[in-house]
Every structure is written in C-alpha cells, then in structure tokens.
Write a protein that binds this ligand. Structure first.
Ligand SMILES: Nc1ncnc2c1ncn2[C@@H]1O[C@H](COP(=O)(O)OP(=O)(O)O)[C@@H](O)[C@H]1O
Ligand SMILES: [Mg+2]
Length: 543
C-alpha cells in the first residue's frame, strides 16, 4: 500500500502550546490522583498540609477540621476548615484557580508545600469529576469574609469566578468545600483517616478533627501548646548546586556583580572564597550576573566543587524534637513503652542539610490491628507529612528492610505490636515524583536512617529485656508466695505454732532473697550494657 507523504507544514498545523493545567488534567496521576482511595487521601493531604504550613508561618496553633460526606456511589463531598491566617482577597483566585502559584517557591525553607500546585489540583480534580466549582470562605480576621465559588479556566490556567460575595463576620481562617466523584472511602492503612492520625502524631501542636462518611467524629487533641518556630530560610550551599540552578538564581538576583551575587545568595561563601573562585574561572567576576552564560555558570560549579567550604548551616531545620514526639506517641498510641530519638543534622548531595527523627512504640495501640492480630506498622514522614503511598521505592522502606530486627531482640518484627515512626526533615526533600510520597535513595539519607534505627533498636532491646525480666521475676515471686502459704499451713500443723507468724517470716525471707537476686542482676546488667555491639557507631566516625 502506498503511503502518502506529508509536508512538515501539514504536520505542524496542529502545533500549539498547552497550559500547565491542561497537562495535569491529562496527567492527574502525577499529582497523586490515581486510584479511588488515593485520590481522596490526596485531597485531604493537600488541604491539611496547606493549613499546617500557613499556621506555622503565622505562628498560630492549628485547629483543623475535615469532614467527608457520602452523596452517592463513589460520590463524596468534603468540608475543611482551619484557624490559619486566612488568604487576602487579591490572592484567593490564584491560590485555588492557578497552578504554579504560591508563597513557597525558591525559598529554601522547610515547609510541606513547594511548587504551588497542591490546592489548585484539588479544584481541578473536583471540576473534572463533577463539573462543579469549589467554594472558599476565608477571612484574615478583619471582620470581612470573602465567599467565592470558582473553577479553573483550564486553557488559560486562571481562575474562573462563578460567584463572589463579601459579608461581615468575625473569625479568622479558611474554609473549603467541594464535590468529587470516582473516589472511595475506607478505613484502611492508606485512608484519609490514617493520613490524619499520622499527621496528628507528627504535629503534636495541632488539633485535628475528622468526621467520616458514617458520621463518626474523631478528635486528635494536641499534646503540646508550643507553636513550632517559624521555618527559617537558608541560602543554598555551594556544594549542592547545579549549573541550571545558578543560572536561574543569577537571573533573579538583585546583585549587580557576580562576586557580590555569590556572597549574598550562597551560604558559607566569603570574599576569600570568591577570590579563590576568581583564580579558577576564565571570566571577570565583576560581570553582571544576569549576563552569565551557561558555560560561565558551568565554570563556577566546577570551581565550587573543587574548593572546600564549611558544612551548610543547619539552623533552618526544625525537628519535632524528642520530647514532643514522645508526648504525641503517648497521646495517640499509648504504648507500653517507647524509645524516641532525634539525630543530629547531616548533609546529602554535598550541601543539602537533613535530619532524621525516629521512634519505636511497643504495645498499647501501637501496631496495626488486622482482625486476627496486630502487625508492625511503619510510619514514614517527610517534613512531618505522612507518606502513605509508593512505599516500595522509598529510602525509608529500604533502610527499615535493611535492619536485622532479630539482633535487637525482636524475633518476629512483622507480627509484633510495634509502630515505627520515621521523619525525614530537609529544606529540600528529594522526592521520587511530583506525587511526593516516596523519598529517593540518596546514599547519605539511607545510611543515616539506618543508623538511627540501629540506635533505637539497641535502646529498645534494653527496655524490652528489662520488661521481660520484670515479668518473669513477678511470676517467680507469685509462685514462691503461693507455695509458702501452703508450706506455712503444713509447718504450723507439724510444729503446732501460729501459721500466720510462720507465713510472715517465710514471706520476709523470700522478699529478701529476691531483692538480693535483683541487685546481682543489676550489677551484671551494668557489665552487659557495655558489651552491646557498637560497631555500626564506629563506622560513622571512620566513614
Ligand atoms: N489554608 C490556607 N491558609 C492560608 N494560605 C493558604 C492556604 N492554602 C493555601 N494557601 C496559600 O496558597 C498557596 C498555594 O497553595 P498550594 O497550591 O497548595 O501550593 P504550595 O503549598 O506548594 O505552596 C500557598 O503557598 C499559600 O500561600
Ligand atoms: Mg500545598
């Protein structure tokens, strides 16, 4: 068969630019809208992270309420409310109706959101599954409430306001409601309920209320009244940087010369370091940074890679911290015992600071209940945000799987009433995709999580064996006391003496023997603790 050739002009008749919203309309899985349950959890995630971020930046103790109502088969309505700073009127339409619009770009700051596509994604999903707008009510606390219904004009990536009104009422915060179809609700490990339960654990300062489609209301009370310090921006470190990053920073800087641009936009960059760089590059660093070429930026990166810099500052990292994690673990998991650990900050990829926090809780409500028993559950977090999906490819999962739990006295990890909590914090979390549910296998990150787990493994083992011994000791005591009652009665008969007096003396004797045994054990334990293998720790030092 003859194939008719076409001219390029014919082919290019169809050539056109599409908007970012159009792209995500066709590729909504990139934003986490894949699967009926995941789509619903994604909506809850986008709304919750925004409320937590906004409260944190404004220094407010968050109160968040989320309700999901069932309207029909795979058809739901969501309501969300926060007591955050509210959104100024002039920004409302861009926040909810425009993708890639937000307050968190290029700030190198440890927040949950980054790209400004989260909540506009909620508007988009709602609109493409039901054809309906979302409704926003928000007030900055000035007595004026803005009530807006909007959709996205997909081809223009711009809000399409359907209804708008303003009325007078005194409250502060943001309320959002919308309808969605093609989603389902359940109470599984990846559900909105579990998402909020885990958010509550990682955000002890937040009060989170959830009303599920059955009308059941769960309140996760806050266990701490300390508002986390507002996140601090830190400048990028010269070692973590790539050519393209420098080029776009150079275009945005206010500095007039490359040398002052370097000093003002990078951390650990001094005049002395700039002098070193000058000796290694072929152009004059007095050059206007906006005129830098790709090749010149490449020279800068190469020079910076050869020079030694101080490690990046880590004061931009905001760990939850051990005391707060412990409070919320006790509050929500009520375990028999727990071990909590916040490690010191580390660096990956040469210059990006990160920090790992871990906790292990045993017994009580720890672990995952699955009808016939309790299984171990692994809670992954990045910047306090629960990661519920894509566990397989995640650095945290890899680190957990690499641990030989038997070494730490946990014979059957999978089937133990254990909750493992792992939070990775960083000003730049290396997610594997835009869905932000899985952390890339950066070598330093995996290694550091493993060390953290080994560390709590050892502490867990100490607790665990102490607890086991306490139980055994008590059983022995009870047994001895039981026999001594019978023995006292027998002896009383034989000797014709008072049985109660004999029992009292026997009991005293037993208690004294047990006390002696306990003291001996304590002594042995002191020696044993020193013997716990610490070769992994040594490995850190030697590297
Ligand atoms: N509940 C809220 N309260 C105050 N501001 C909000 C709220 N939700 C969203 N915003 C603002 O809208 C912006 C865009 O949100 P979003 O699309 O989720 O992107 P991101 O969170 O990545 O910045 C945020 O950067 C923030 O400034
Ligand atoms: Mg967001």
């Amino acid at each position: 068969m003859e194939v008719r050739r076409k001219h390029a002009d014919d082919l290019f008749k169809e050539f056109k630019e599409i908007s970012i919203t159009e792209f995500f309309r066709k590729n909504k899985a990139h934003l986490g809208y894949s699967g009926k349950l995941r789509s619903l959890t994604t909506i809850v995630h986008e709304i919750t992270t925004n409320s937590l971020d906004a409260c944190e930046e404004a220094g407010i103790l968050p109160e968040i309420e989320i309700e999901i109502r069932r309207l029909g088969d795979e058809h739901y309505k969501f309501f969300a409310r926060d007591n955050g700073p509210g959104i100024p009127i002039k920004h409302i339409s861009d926040v909810f109706g425009k993708m890639l619009a937000g307050t968190k770009f290029h700030r190198n700051v440890q927040l949950r959101g980054q790209q400004g596509i989260g909540v506009a994604g909620v508007t988009l999903f709602s609109q493409i599954t039901t054809g309906k707008p979302i409704r926003v009510r928000t007030s900055t606390g000035d007595g004026k409430v803005n009530d807006i219904k909007l959709m996205i004009d997909i081809s223009k990536n711009k809000a399409d306001i359907i209804e708008q009104s303003e009325y007078s009422e005194y409250w502060r915060g943001t309320e959002l409601e919308g309808e969605i179809k093609g989603v389902k609700f359940n109470l599984s490990e990846r559900s909105p309920f579990e998402y909020l339960r885990r958010s509550a654990i990682a955000n002890p300062h937040a009060k989170i209320t959830f009303i599920d489609p059955e009308g059941r209301k769960t309140i996760f009370e806050r266990s701490s009244n300390d508002v986390p310090k507002p996140p601090k921006e830190i400048k990028p470190h010269p070692k973590g940087i790539e050519v393209d990053d420098i080029l776009s920073m150079a275009k945005a800087t206010k500095a007039r010369r490359t040398n002052s641009f370097l000093v003002s936009e990078f951390s650990r960059m001094s005049n002395a370091k700039v002098k070193e760089i000058q000796e290694m590059v072929s152009f004059d660093l007095k050059k206007n940074p906006r005129r830098l070429t790709w090749a010149e930026c490449e020279e800068l990166v190469n020079a910076m890679n050869k020079i030694k810099f101080l490690a990046p500052p880590t004061d931009g990292l905001q760990p939850i911290d051990e005391e707060h994690i412990r409070e919320s673990v006790l509050n929500i998991l009520d375990p028999e015992f727990e071990v909590v650990l916040t490690r010191s900050p580390k660096v990956y990829s040469g210059g990006i600071p990160f920090q790992v926090e871990v906790a292990i809780a045993y017994g009580g409500h720890a672990g995952r209940n699955i009808g016939d028993g309790t299984r171990a559950e692994i809670m992954r977090f990045a910047n306090r945000t629960p990661l519920l999906f894509d566990a397989g490819g995640c650095a945290i999962t890899k680190a957990v799987n690499d641990i030989d739990w038997k070494r730490y006295g946990i014979k059957d990890f999978e089937n133990s009433p254990i909750t493992l909590f792992i939070n990775l914090i960083s000003t730049y979390v290396p997610y594997t995709s835009a869905g932000k549910q899985s952390i890339a296998h950066e070598r330093e990150i995996v290694k550091e999580i493993k060390f953290a787990l080994m560390d709590i493994g050892r502490k867990f083992q100490m607790f665990h064996s102490k607890k086991r011994r306490a139980i055994e000791k008590e059983a022995r005591r009870q047994l001895l006391l039981k026999y001594s009652t019978e023995l006292a009665l027998g002896l009383a008969k034989l000797t014709e003496k008072d049985d109660e007096k004999i029992l009292k003396e026997l009991t005293a004797l037993i208690e004294e023997k047990l006390k002696l045994a306990a003291e001996l054990e304590l002594l042995e334990e002191g020696e044993a603790e020193e013997e716990i293998p610490i070769e992994e720790e040594i490995e850190i030092e030697v590297k």
